[in-house]
Design a protein around this ligand. Structure first.
Ligand code: FES
Ligand SMILES: [Fe+2]
Length: 350
């Protein structure tokens, strides 16, 4: 169930280098990303309109891209501007292009109805390049549906069990019941753990002497964007009332982009606003998150293997599933609406 009328992250800005072609399948469509001479990113369907060769095997010639099978040349609008040995260029000699917005180190792509591409709908991820925050760029790849990863992110009761030595720690945190707020385009989850042990990945840097108050407050937005205010600080300083004192604060920023129904590109970053002058701290936080994301990947791929062996398996629901159940419902509704708009029921004329 892949939504098309939505902004997705196609790549980190740093992945699309001048004079290079980046090939990446997104939403079942092969895409080639490249920069023109102004530095702007272009996205073409990575399939030449002549006989289907990948344009990512082509050659950049200034602001044009040449297919290196029979030499057709395309401008930034995707229009063919040269066919070797032929003057007339048929109007259908054109490759599909996709709207692109590059913002805060992410390259966003719209692969649905281009008329609906509203730039104001791109969520705010300014922490990725805000000088008050520091982070490194993360990417990982799953051979599962993005929906299983969404399920995981929507229930952080898994932290102490899947991540005992990284993000998790105190099992008391799993028992803290989160508040789940339904949003029109996603879900907001607020989880507080008061007077619990600090998470190991923070303890390695902050070395708090005792218990902490810990929070994970996040929006998970359609189609699959995760934006979280999280952190911890010594217990009893009024964290819940908004007083952040000696806090280790993060703004985890994550985006899931389906490659296919059963594979997913996962872009992530863990901006922090303390010790920002020390790159070793940023590196240490990033490496802990990378380790933790491998733990998620292991359990989610293992779950996927179990479920593929039993297609009729019926899951049971528990209280902790509230946020993910609501998100799945939102995805399903949005998907049905997209399908209905694509195939409107024909009213018979009498
Ligand atoms: S397939 Fe591209 S020019 Fe022929
Ligand atoms: Fe996790």
């Amino acid at each position: 169930m892949i939504l098309r009328n939505a902004w997705y992250v196609a790549a980190w800005s740093s992945e699309v280098q001048p004079e290079k072609l980046l090939s990446r399948t997104l939403l079942n469509v092969p895409v080639v990303l490249w920069r023109d001479t102004s530095g702007a990113v272009n996205a073409f369907e990575d399939r030449c309109c002549h006989r289907g060769a990948p344009l990512s095997s082509g050659r950049l010639e200034g602001d044009n891209l040449r297919c290196m099978y029979h030499g057709l040349l395309f401008d930034t609008s995707g229009r063919c501007v040269e066919i070797p040995g032929q003057d007339r260029i048929p109007p259908q000699a054109k490759v599909s292009t996709f709207p692109i917005v590059e913002k805060h180190k992410w390259i966003w792509i719209w692969m649905g109805d281009a008329e609906l591409a509203d730039v104001s709908k791109i969520p705010d991820t300014h922490w990725l390049d805000d000088p008050q925050w520091r982070s490194l760029e993360g990417y990982t790849y799953y051979t599962t549906s993005y929906l299983f990863i969404a399920d995981n992110l929507l229930d952080l009761a898994h932290l102490p069990y899947v991540h005992p030595s990284t993000l998790g720690g105190d099992e008391a945190y799993a028992a803290c019941v989160p508040q789940v707020q339904k949003l029109e385009n996603g879900v907001r989850v607020t989880r507080w753990g008061e007077g619990i042990n600090p998470a190991p990945f923070v303890q390695k840097i902050k070395n708090y002497p005792g218990k902490v108050d810990r929070w994970n407050i996040y929006d998970f937005l359609l189609p699959s964007i995760f934006l979280m205010d999280s952190g911890m600080q010594p217990v009893g300083n009024g964290a819940k009332e908004g007083n952040r004192v000696d806090a280790a604060e993060f703004r985890s920023t994550q985006a899931l982009t389906p490659e296919t129904e059963n594979s997913t590109h996962y872009f992530f970053s863990q901006p922090h606003n303390f010790a920002i002058e020390d790159p070793k701290v940023t590196e240490a936080i990033h490496q802990e998150v990378v380790k933790a994301f491998q733990e998620d990947s292991d359990i989610i791929h293992a779950q996927d293997r179990m479920l593929k062996l039993a297609p009729d398996f019926k899951m049971i629901s528990i209280g902790a599933d509230a946020a993910l159940s609501y998100f799945r419902w939102l995805v399903s509704n949005a998907y049905k609406a997209e399908q209905a708009a694509k195939n409107p029921v024909k009213v018979q004329e009498v």
